[in-house]
Design a protein around this ligand. Structure first.
Ligand SMILES: *[C@@H]1O[C@H](CO)[C@@H](O)[C@H](O)[C@H]1NC(C)=O
Ligand SMILES: *[C@@H]1O[C@H](CO)[C@@H](O)[C@H](O)[C@H]1NC(C)=O
Ligand SMILES: *[C@@H]1O[C@H](CO)[C@@H](O)[C@H](O)[C@H]1NC(C)=O
Length: 513
């Protein structure tokens, strides 16, 4: 009891702190992970200000102030180009993504309410929580001279793990931007190794330059380098858990907030979907996510997909940008479905997905087996892991073919193995002392209480890279080995000389006798 009271008084010591949440990626799915945290922190009496591309706009949250950035979006055209590029050239895909985002970030920071906040001399915060996919927003922590927590809506990329001093290993934990699963072939390990060392050089040498310019333009030319700001991260929240993500050693500064605790219970479906309540045969939900629109598929592919759907004994919901003429009677098309409620419906049989982390989180939470058609970024990696764990199958979007499309769908629906495996794993993932959201709130307040988390800082951040890679130790051992070898050779030669000098005298003596 005493202990409990102590904890309460500690918690109250940070009541009413001022928190700034910055989540700038104009992608709805990312916000699904952040919004519950903004909401929960504000309900606990903190004054939370967010700068976000997708505000909650909930008048009941009186302690939450939102700066709406929906003005700056990635256009459909840009995403389409990105999808095209992702097919051919990984290095250019990343470059293209950074160019687009540097442009979006520039517009966002130009937005008057944001400008005003940056320039407001009286504005003060105790903590900044920033979506760490881009580095520009780290400047908010420097601006308000307070500790910051990085948060991302997927598992950390290896680059971000290294930024907080968490060791990475290219063969055991290939980066989630690489299309590899759990076990790597020799060829994949070579690629992963080159990527691991090449990416940071590319990032710091080329990509971050674009962001550094944005920082200097909007915050001031005297601002420190992005690399310096990155070294100040107090903690990192990743949307991962040890069951669905390859479990890995984590430094205390990394907190896993995954396993779906941010997902609210499913609500009954709206009237226009009430026929699903009667779809006792079951239904399929097909969506390629919030960024990729299904209309990026080619016309013959769309025709093939419709033919397959027509032959299935299930109702199919297809998230598609426009209505499709002459579609089969069992296919319902809409620009938008309440995805969480659809996945939570008791009649759902299968989810056909592009493999975005948030879509998969929701499907896992509601135990819906999946067929994955990955498009780009972390999606190929997520789908490979799903196949490795046995709760779904993968289809290649470049070789979508009628026969395999149909058999794959029917296999995942009719073989109970997929749903059973998923149920077992999801039960395991949810059996935790605290939910991910509770952990995120607790550690946020911890960082406020202690004005950062310097005492948890990973020693790796202060170790020169050549020491981490044992290069100096290997050099010493090599020198030692050389010395020993040299000594052995030297002694050996000396022995030979001695023997040579001895032997002739012996034989000479024999001859003369
Ligand atoms: C707002 O914050 C105050 C404390 O600052 C707290 O007492 C109150 O419950 C909060 N209200 C809501 C709706 O979040
Ligand atoms: C890092 O944090 C320290 C202590 O809070 C602060 O003095 C310093 O200015 C910060 N550096 C950057 C680059 O933000
Ligand atoms: C569903 O079935 C019930 C009972 O058979 C019926 O009353 C209702 O109209 C049906 N709803 C739809 C949307 O078809």
């Amino acid at each position: 009891m005493l202990h409990f009271l102590n904890v309460c008084s500690l918690i109250c010591a940070v009541c009413g702190s001022k928190i700034l949440g910055v989540s700038l990626t104009p992608s709805y799915s990312h916000q699904v992970v952040f919004q519950p945290l903004w909401k929960e922190l504000s309900l606990r009496g903190h004054q939370v200000t967010t700068i976000t591309a997708y505000p909650l706009k909930d008048p009941k949250l009186v302690n939450l102030t939102e700066i709406d950035l929906s003005v700056a979006q990635l256009s459909n055209q840009n995403i389409k180009k990105l999808v095209g590029v992702s097919q051919t050239n990984f290095i250019y895909e990343i470059y293209h993504m950074y160019t687009l985002m540097a442009n979006v970030l520039d517009q966002q920071l130009e937005h008057p309410p944001v400008k005003q906040l940056i320039e407001d001399e009286r504005a003060k915060f105790d903590l900044v929580i920033v979506e760490y996919l881009w580095s520009t927003p780290l400047a908010f922590a420097t601006r308000f001279n307070c500790p910051y927590i990085g948060i991302i809506s997927l598992d950390g990329t290896n680059t971000i793990y290294r930024k907080i001093g968490n060791p990475t290993h290219s063969s055991l934990y290939p980066d989630n931007l690489l299309p590899f699963g759990d076990k790597l072939s020799l060829f994949q390990r070579v690629i992963s190794f080159i990527y691991e060392f090449g990416y940071d050089v590319y990032l710091e040498g080329v990509l971050q330059e674009m962001e550094q310019k944005v920082v200097h333009k909007h915050f001031g030319g005297h601002y420190p380098s992005i690399a310096e700001m990155a070294r100040n991260m107090s903690m990192l929240f990743v949307d991962a858990d040890p069951i669905f993500h390859h479990n890995r050693p984590l430094v205390p500064g990394v907190v896993q907030i995954g396993s779906g605790s941010h997902i609210a219970a499913a609500k009954p479906l709206p009237k226009e979907l009430s026929m699903l309540d009667n779809a006792t045969n079951g239904f399929i939900y097909f969506s390629l996510g919030s960024n990729i629109k299904s209309e990026f598929l080619s016309l013959p592919t769309i025709k093939m997909i419709l033919e397959v759907f027509a032959e299935l004994p299930y109702t199919v919901l297809w998230k598609f940008g426009e209505d499709i003429p002459n579609k089969p009677g069992n296919v319902i098309v809409s620009k938008w479905f309440p995805q969480r409620d659809v996945l939570g419906h008791p009649n759902i049989k299968l989810f056909i997905t592009q493999g975005g982390m948030q879509s998969m989180d929701e499907a896992i939470y509601f135990r819906v087996p999946m067929v994955g058609i990955p498009i780009f970024f972390d999606q190929p990696h997520n789908i490979k892991k799903m196949v490795n764990r046995g709760f779904g199958l993968e289809l290649d979007r470049n070789n979508l073919e009628k026969n395999s499309f149909k058999t794959t769908i029917l296999e995942v629906i009719n073989n109970p193995r997929y749903r059973n495996t998923l149920t077992e794993l999801a039960d395991l993932a949810q059996d935790q002392p605290m939910t991910g959201l509770e952990r995120a709130v607790w550690w946020s307040e911890y960082v406020i209480r202690h004005k950062g988390a310097k005492h948890l800082r990973s020693p790796l951040l202060d170790l020169p890279w050549y020491q981490y890679l044992f290069l100096d130790v290997i050099a010493v051992l090599l020198l030692g080995l050389l010395a020993v070898l040299w000594f052995l050779v030297f002694t050996f030669r000396l022995l030979i000389k001695l023997i040579k000098w001895k032997i002739p005298t012996v034989s000479n003596e024999k001859k003369s006798s």
